[in-house]
Ligand binder design. Structure first.
Ligand SMILES: Cc1cc2nc3c(=O)[nH]c(=O)nc-3n(C[C@H](O)[C@H](O)[C@H](O)COP(=O)(O)OP(=O)(O)OC[C@H]3O[C@@H](n4cnc5c(N)ncnc54)[C@H](O)[C@@H]3O)c2cc1C
Length: 379
């Protein structure tokens, strides 16, 4: 029988490794269990917004793997192209997750599928031979710990398709729309999702996501056709582009927080469902929740985790965005649809494209407290 750990973390993605890193730094004995061997492929465009560096506690200069900083987003919306100044980074998940996990300081149990999770009479969590006082579920959308805690799911998961493939720098430079690292974003006409094409030196990352997961295959066909017709994906990549892979995950909903913790078990990242309600950014909230869960455990107050999460500036902002999205959906139902044949104004299109790109720079919504009052947050 192995020694007792303070915490067993199921899943070594950004949520699990960030939680483990903070726990180890606080003196806890931590085991991370992941069914994959690292480095592993994780479907993801690899976009990071600026707030991530503070949460990870490193500067971009200290990150030792591939990093693409960008200052312009190319947004295509309703037939028009917009070149919009904004700021962020891209990484390759194959590299980032491996770096974060291997540097977190926890004991790693890789290639181990946490299928059976039980609790002893003395309250210890048990996974195989491992025993721990606390259990952190960081296993993504299909996390076994999330199945146990079953957080409320008022909405269905979003659908996503993606492929990251390697060719040569010359080929990518020949076809990309902007400079190296600058994302090309295709905001769908119904604003129900978007496609992307990100050049990362000799790699390209292409994909799309839709709020309605049933629409994701059509959305991929549309994205692929658009990029191919524009000549923005290399012809050499076509055979591989036939094999995009699909996934689904939950966008943030305030109701999810009700299931964030039960007794000594806590959920972080995608296992809880924290991705940004519009952009679907998931790495930042995964790391934020990992940090907050670790703080609650180290403080001996696991029940404080949902409140810590709710009050975190990143999650508080997501709550406001979710409130605004909900209010806009209600308004759309009440206001009659535009007359058929009525054309979009250039100004309206530009405003939507700019607002969308602005979200990608990870900026917080202005007037947070006022919005909380209007939206009834905090009641
Ligand atoms: C196509 C696509 C594109 C995306 N693009 C972006 C983007 O550009 N930027 C962004 O911020 N977010 C993006 N996201 C979202 C982001 O990838 C996730 O929100 C993020 O990975 C969540 O991190 P996590 O640690 O919670 O989960 P994951 O990164 O999914 O890690 C979960 C880990 O748990 C392990 N695991 C699962 N089950 C078990 C088990 N039973 N036993 C042991 N281990 C287990 C898995 O092997 C995995 O390593 C994208 C998602 C998709 C699908």
């Amino acid at each position: 029988m192995s020694e007792i750990h303070d915490v067993l973390v199921v899943g070594g993605g950004p949520a699990g490794s960030t939680c483990a890193r903070a726990l180890v730094a606080g003196g806890a004995r931590v085991a991370v269990i992941d069914r994959a061997d690292f480095p592993r492929v994780k479907l993801c465009a690899g976009w990071l917004s600026p707030a991530i560096w503070d949460v990870l506690g490193i500067s971009p200069r200290e990150y030792p793997r591939g990093l693409w900083e960008w200052h312009t987003a190319h947004v295509h919306f309703r037939g028009k192209d917009h070149k919009i100044p904004c700021h962020g980074w891209f990484i390759r998940r194959y590299e980032l997750d491996d770096f974060l996990l291997r540097s977190c300081g926890a004991e790693l149990h890789l290639g181990v599928n946490a299928k059976q999770i039980t609790r002893d009479d003395d309250g210890l969590w048990r996974i195989g031979d491992l025993r721990g006082k606390y259990l952190v579920g960081a296993g993504g959308t299909h996390c076994p710990v999330a199945r146990m805690l079953a957080p409320p799911r008022p909405r269905r998961a979003v659908g996503v398709q993606e492929l990251e493939l390697q060719t040569t720098e010359q080929i990518v430079a020949r076809t990309r729309l902007g400079a190296n690292g600058e994302p090309e974003l295709l905001l769908f006409d119904d604003v129900g999702g978007y496609g992307w094409n990100v050049p990362k030196s000799d790699w390209i990352n292409v994909g799309c996501g839709t709020l309605d997961a049933n629409k994701v295959r059509d959305a991929w066909r549309y994205t692929h056709d658009h990029l191919r017709t524009a000549g923005h994906v290399p012809a050499e990549a076509e055979p591989e582009l036939e094999h995009v892979k699909g996934h689904s995950y939950f966008l943030f909903d305030p109701a999810h927080l009700e299931g964030a913790q039960r007794d000594t078990a806590l959920l972080v990242g995608d296992s809880l469902g924290l991705a940004h309600p519009i952009t679907a950014e998931g790495i930042l909230p995964a790391t934020v929740s990992g940090r907050r869960a670790a703080e609650a455990i180290l403080g001996g107050a696991p029940a404080s985790y949902p409140t810590r999460l709710r009050e975190d500036p990143v999650i508080a902002d997501y709550r406001r965005v979710a409130g605004l999205v909900g209010a806009a959906a209600k308004l759309k139902k009440r206001v009659p649809a535009a007359r058929p044949g009525k054309r979009d104004s250039d100004l309206g299109r530009k405003a939507v494209a700019r607002g969308f790109a602005w979200m990608f720079s990870g900026k917080r919504l202005p007037g947070g407290r006022l919005l909380d009052l209007v939206l009834g947050n905090g009641r």
